[in-house]
Design a protein around this ligand. Structure first.
Ligand SMILES: Cc1cc2c(cc1C)[n+](S(=O)(=O)[O-])c1c(=O)[nH]c(=O)nc-1n2C[C@H](O)[C@H](O)[C@H](O)COP(=O)(O)O
Length: 495
C-alpha cells in the first residue's frame, strides 16, 4: 500500500530528543534511537530536529550511509518539500568563519607553508584548529619536529652544472614528480566542506602521491573517484579490533587500485592532545565509524571520539595476517628506533615511515629526522640499506627540510598539516599553490646545494652532528635579536 506522503508539519512535530525526525534529500528519517550513537554527538542532530537537515548532513556523510546503517523501519518515506520550511538554524561559528574567509589575505600573499598555517589559524573554527594543530602533552615533540631541521647544516658543493634539476623519484615502486607526499590526516571536512577530495584533486594536478586516512571524512570511494588518471594513492590503516572489518577495508582498497598499505603502528591509543580535549567534539564524523559507531567516547575531543575502534593489541605476530589479505606492499608508519627498522627487515617488510605522528602521540619522542640520522648509518654498517625504503614525516615546512632528509637517506617525505591548512584556508587553489611553492623551493635548494637529481644527494651534503643536541641554546644574543626584523605573515584586511 502506497505510504501517505509526509508534510513538513508531520516532521516538525518530532523535534526533540524523545522523538527526533529529520529530512534528508526529501525523505524523512526517525533518528531518535540513533542519537546516542552518532559519532559527531547528539547536539549536531538535535539542531535540525523536525527540520530539513540535508545541508548539515551532506558535507560530512557519504551518500549511502543511511541505507547502509539506519534500520529500514526508521526510513519514513518521501516528504512534500513544498511544505518544509527552508530556514536553517543559525550557526554562529560558521557565520564568523565565512566572514573571516571573506577578509583573508589574497592567496598570492602566501609565499611559504607557514603563511597557510597563519591564515588557517584565523579562518577555521576553534574546534578544527584545536584538532589539527594540537600535539600531545606539552607539545615538545610537536615543536622539536620542526626545529630539529635547524640543527642540520648544509655542506653545499659549487661549480657543478645545475642548469637542469630533476626532482623526480620513485616511492614504493611508483614514479613521482617530487619526493614528498600528502600524508594521512583525519577529518578533512572539519577544515573544508568537501574534505579530503580537495587534497586528492590538488595532488593529482601536481604528480604528488596521497595517503588516504582511515579516519577521512570523505568515503574511501569518494576519494578514489576524485583521483586524476593513474594518480598514485596509498591507504593508511588503523587496525580495527574486528579483523573482518580491517580485511574488508584493505581488500577494497587494493581492488580500487591503492599502491601501498601504511599500517599505523605508533597509536595503540591516540595521544593526549590537550587543545583538542579542551574543545567539546560535536564536529564532523568520519566515514569509517559507520562500521562501529557504538564504541565512541566523545568526552575528550575529536581524537578520542573517533579512535575507540583501534586495536591496542597489534604486534609483530599480526604481520602474517596482513600479508595473507593483500598483495600491496606493507609499510609500517610510526617506527621510532633502529631496532624496529631491523625487525621490519626481518619480517620482510619493504618500507617504514619514521614518524612520531606529528608530535600527537608520545611527547618527547625524538623527531623523525633525528631517528633517520641514527638509522641509516646503522643499516649501512650492517649492509642492510638496500633491504628497505625509509620514509619520514613531521615538521617539514621547507623544501630544504626535504633535501636534508633525502641527504640523510630518506626515500621520501610525508607532509601533513601544511596541506590541511592550505585546504582549510583556500581550498584546492591553496593546496595547489602550497605544492607549487614547495616544488619551486626544491629546485632552488637543489641548485644551491649543488645537486642535479635526487639520487645525487647523500650524507656528504649535510653536517648533522648537532641533531642529537637537545641542550639549551647558547645564551640569548639580545643585540641581534632586538634588531632582527622578523619575517611577516600575510596581513588581514580587517582585524
Ligand atoms: C595533523 C594530523 C596528523 C595526523 C592525524 C590528524 C591530524 C589533524 N591523524 S589522527 O587524527 O589519527 O591523529 C592521523 C591518522 O588518522 N592516521 C595516521 O597514521 N596519522 C595521523 N596523523 C599524523 C600524520 O600522518 C603525520 O604523521 C603528521 O601529520 C606529520 O607531521 P606534520 O603535520 O608536521 O607534517
Amino acid at each position: 500500500m502506497q505510504r501517505k506522503m509526509l508534510t513538513g508539519k508531520d516532521v516538525a512535530e518530532h523535534n526533540s530528543k524523545d522523538s527526533c525526525w529529520v529530512v534528508i534529500h526529501g525523505k524523512a528519517y526517525d533518528v531518535t534511537e540513533f542519537l546516542p550513537q552518532h559519532p559527531g554527538g547528539q547536539a549536531v542532530i538535535l539542531k535540525h530536529a523536525g527540520r530539513d537537515a540535508t545541508e548539515a548532513f551532506e558535507p560530512i556523510h557519504p551518500p549511502d550511509i543511511l541505507d547502509e546503517y539506519l534500520d529500514r523501519s526508521k526510513h519514513l518515506g518521501e516528504v512534500d518539500m513544498s511544505t518544509v520550511t527552508a530556514e536553517k538554524p543559525f550557526d554562529p561559528d560558521e557565520e564568523s568563519r565565512q566572514q573571516r574567509i571573506a577578509s583573508r589575505p589574497p592567496l598570492d600573499q602566501c609565499f611559504n607553508l607557514h603563511d597557510f598555517e597563519s591564515v588557517a589559524r584565523q579562518v577555521v573554527k576553534k574546534g578544527t584548529w584545536a584538532y589539527y594543530s594540537s600535539g600531545a602533552d606539552d607539545e615538545i615533540t610537536l615543536r622539536e619536529n620542526h626545529s630539529a631541521y635547524h640543527k642540520i647544516w648544509f655542506r653545499p658543493r659549487v661549480l657543478v652544472d645545475v642548469e637542469k634539476v630533476d626532482s623526480s623519484t620513485t616511492m614504493l615502486g611508483s614514479k613521482c614528480e617530487v619526493p614528498f607526499y600528502v600524508t594521512a590526516t583525519a577529518l578533512g571536512k572539519l577544515g573544508h566542506p568537501e574534505g579530503e577530495v580537495v587534497l586528492t584533486r590538488a595532488a593529482g594536478g601536481h604528480g604528488v602521491i596521497q595517503m588516504i586516512p582511515t579516519l577521512a571524512s570523505c568515503s574511501f570511494d569518494e576519494i578514489v573517484d576524485a583521483r586524476r588518471g593513474d594518480q598514485v594513492l596509498w591507504l593508511q590503516l588503523y587496525v580495527n579490533k574486528d579483523r573482518e572489518i580491517t580485511k574488508r577495508i584493505v581488500q577494497h582498497a587494493e581492488k580500487r587500485g591503492c599502491k601501498g598499505l601504511f599500517i599505523t603502528v605508533d597509536a595503540p591509543q591516540l595521544g593526549r592532545r590537550e587543545k583538542d580535549i579542551r574543545t567539546k567534539f560535536d564536529g564532523a564524523a568520519s566515514d569509517v565509524l559507520r562500521y562501529n559507531p557504538s564504541a565512541i567516547d566523545r568526552s575528550q575531543g575529536a581524537a578520542r571520539a573517533i579512535s575507540a575502534f583501534i586495536d591496542p593489541s597489534l604486534s609483530w605476530k599480526d604481520i602474517p595476517f596482513f600479508k595473507s589479505i593483500t598483495k600491496m606492499p606493507i609499510v609500517l608508519k610510526g617506527v621510532q628506533r633502529v631496532e624496529d627498522v631491523i625487525a621490519a627487515i626481518e619480517h620482510d617488510i619493504p618500507a617504514v615511515v619514521l614518524s612520531n605522528h606529528g608530535g600527537r602521540q608520545l611527547d618527547t619522542a625524538p623527531s623523525a629526522i633525528e631517528i633517520l640520522a641514527e638509522v641509516m648509518p646503522e643499516l649501512r654498517r650492517r649492509g642492510l640499506q638496500d633491504r628497505i625504503e625509509v620514509y619520514i614525516d613531521g615538521g617539514v615546512r621547507r623544501a630544504t627540510d626535504i633535501i636534508k632528509a633525502l641527504c640523510l637517506g630518506a626515500k621520501g617525505v610525508g607532509i601533513g598539516r601544511p596541506f590541511l591548512y592550505a585546504m582549510s584556508a583556500y581550498g584546492e587553489p591553496g593546496v595547489a599553490r602550497a605544492m607549487q611553492l614547495l616544488k619551486d623551493e626544491f629546485e632552488v635548494g637543489m641548485r644551491l646545494v649543488g645537486a642535479k637529481s635526487v639520487d645525487e644527494l647523500g650524507p656528504e651534503f649535510v653536517d648533522a652532528r648537532g641533531i642529537g643536541v637537545h641542550g639549551v641554546p647558547t645564551p640569548a644574543d639580545f643585540l641581534s635579536s632586538d634588531v632582527y626584523d622578523r619575517l611577516v605573515l600575510p596581513a588581514f584586511a580587517v582585524k
